[in-house]
Design a protein around this ligand. Structure first.
Ligand code: AHG
Ligand code: MN
Ligand code: MN
Length: 334
């Protein structure tokens, strides 16, 4: 098999589509390199003393794990010096992180969820990193949070890494979705899937069903129909999977179809869901749409939402088009 590296792939994408200028390529290569470092730390587990809680909380009031903090530091350090970024933002930092004065400032903004699926770290289940790349607004001098508040449709690239049985990097720059597998001996990202397309039809769904009693009627209606299987309105049986790492659930859906849901619910009516718009939902929505799927908050396309805060939350329905359209239509009916 002819091996195509991440660098070669990005250079070829630039030649074909003129959408990956060398600054953006450098940025993506550096994020890829940081993900290798995180993958290495994850793989060491207890031997690397990376498991367990860090004893602190992030801005969302969630307990931080050692790996949440370590992964955040790895991404910050890797991306500071390249001259391609103006600022970064992360799930694990309350405010944005401008590039220090000692380095040149570039024209891109990088957002990340350094470690997704934190509850799975200590039990050796797949976890990952999610990232989103925006262009800094024209004329920006000193980056502020406001500069990041662009709808997902403005993303110039997005991706995620999964640290599982294999470490993979899934990437889009707006010309489809490609997957790279980490060759652990060579330390290289090798292109292993090109132009991934999510199957339109699916018989698999992912939702944390322990929240069922808190759901709003459109979600209950949709899930009741799936669970009724052959005997209900849908007339076919559905299977359920919930990994509790969005990266791993989305990766399964990319490969064999399905719908992933994290709805808003009645527990906290003011909170529009659990997942964060800017560094979880938007990058995943971009990838899923680029793979022929759909992503909504139940009412509108996630990528069209105008963000109002860096850490804002959003309800998420994404994956195979027909299912996402159906559950979205149930919200409109209600
Ligand atoms: P994070 O670890 O970055 O905080 O994100 C966890 C998210 C997401 O990955 C996953 O789908 C969901 O939380 C799991 O939620 P439950 O604990 O309700 O299963
Ligand atoms: Mn996450
Ligand atoms: Mn996280």
């Amino acid at each position: 098999m002819k091996r195509i590296s991440l660098t070669q792939h990005l250079v070829e994408e630039q030649r074909q589509h003129n959408k990956v200028p060398s600054e953006l390529r450098l940025l993506l290569e550096i994020v890829g390199r940081a993900c290798k470092t995180i993958s290495h730390a994850v793989g060491k587990g207890a031997l690397g003393e990376v498991l367990g809680s860090a004893g602190s909380e992030n801005v969302q009031g969630e307990v931080q794990k050692k790996l949440d903090i370590l992964s955040n530091e790895i991404l910050l350090e890797a991306n500071e010096w390249g001259g391609h970024l103006a600022a970064m933002a992360s799930e694990e930092m309350e405010s944005i992180h401008p590039i220090p004065n000692r380095y040149p400032m570039g024209e891109y903004l990088l957002l990340f969820d350094p470690l997704d699926g934190s509850s799975n770290i200590d039990v050796n289940v797949s976890i990952g990193t999610i990232f989103s790349v925006l262009k800094a607004p024209e004329g920006m001098v000193t980056p502020t949070e406001q500069d990041f508040l662009q709808p997902g449709a403005k993303q110039v690239a997005a991706g995620y890494a999964v640290y599982g049985p294999q470490t993979v990097l899934v990437l889009t720059t707006g010309n489809g979705v490609n997957c790279f597998t980490l060759d652990r001996e060579m330390g290289a990202w090798v292109l292993t899937q090109r132009g991934i397309q999510i199957p339109v039809e699916t018989k698999e769904y992912a939702i944390n069903a322990s929240n069922a009693r808190h759901w709003y009627p459109p979600v209950t209606r949709y899930i009741d129909e799936l669970q009724a299987g052959k005997d209900g309105a849908r007339g076919v049986n559905f299977n359920m999977r919930w990994i509790a790492s969005m990266v791993a659930d989305v990766h399964r859906i990319l490969n064999r179809g399905g719908i992933f849901m994290y709805p808003a619910d009645k527990r906290e009516p003011d909170k529009p869901g659990k997942l964060r718009l800017m560094y979880e939902a938007n990058p995943m929505a971009f990838i899923v749409e680029q793979a022929g799927g759909a992503a909504t908050n139940g009412k509108q396309r996630i990528m069209e939402i105008q963000p109002t805060a860096l850490h804002q939350r959003v309800a998420v329905f994404l994956g195979s088009k027909n299912e996402v359209e159906r559950v979205t239509s149930y919200h409109h009916d209600a």
